[in-house]
Design a protein around this ligand. Structure first.
Ligand code: COA
Length: 160
């Protein structure tokens, strides 16, 4: 059974494994080898994961019955989602939908008006199923390698 809890420092090694497997085993279905290579290099070190996940953002870790992280995400106070990664072991099982439901419920509780992120091809498919709209495709270079993602957003309450 999957449950959702906040990040703990001891999750850092699991986040690295999830990130690497998500990029290499899942995202590789939509991006080429050079793109996967530069994306993989963006993985943070254990200390950097701890710093990022404890900088004030709200964190969501999906864990299995052994409290082992299998997917993770976050939301900043302005509604920006920086991370959304799942282990291939749970991708497509509904675990990420459960993770996202917790994120959206917490964002509403915090009074966040809009969630937004720069989504990969896979994340875009997932986010659209969660009610996000695609704002635009973003083409850019990552360490000299052309790559793309999508600006997506979901309004949680009407513009005031
Ligand atoms: C984004 C992510 C967390 C979504 O979780 P998920 O459980 O896979 O969500 P879904 O089952 O709704 O799948 C989303 C899309 O991923 C793709 N996908 C899912 N499982 C896959 C698998 N085992 N192999 C290849 N592609 C897969 C599909 O294209 C799917 O879109 P579709 O339903 O329109 O076909 C997960 O796919 C992931 O970690 N991806 C790699 C990392 C990434 O892109 N992170 C986002 C950074 S912005």
């Amino acid at each position: 059974m999957i449950t959702i809890r906040p990040f703990k420092d001891s999750d850092a090694p699991a986040l690295i494994e999830i990130f690497n497997r998500a990029v290499n085993e899942l995202a590789s279905s939509a991006y080429g080898p050079d793109q996967i290579d530069v994306w993989s290099k963006l993985c943070l070190t254990p200390d950097q994961w701890i710093e990022a996940m404890t900088d004030g953002r709200t964190t969501f870790i999906a864990v299995d019955e052994n409290d082992q992280a299998v997917a993770f995400s976050d939301v900043e106070s302005d509604g920006h989602i920086r991370f959304l990664y799942a282990s291939p072991d749970v991708a497509g099982t509904g675990a990420v939908a459960k993770l996202y439901a917790a994120l959206e419920a917490e964002a509403k509780k915090q009074g966040i008006g809009k969630l937004y992120c720069e989504a990969s091809e896979l994340a875009k498919s997932f986010m659209v199923k969660q009610g996000f709209s695609v704002v635009e495709r973003r083409d850019f270079e990552l360490r000299g390698v052309p790559i793309h993602n999508y600006a997506v957003e979901k309004r949680l309450r009407p513009r005031s």
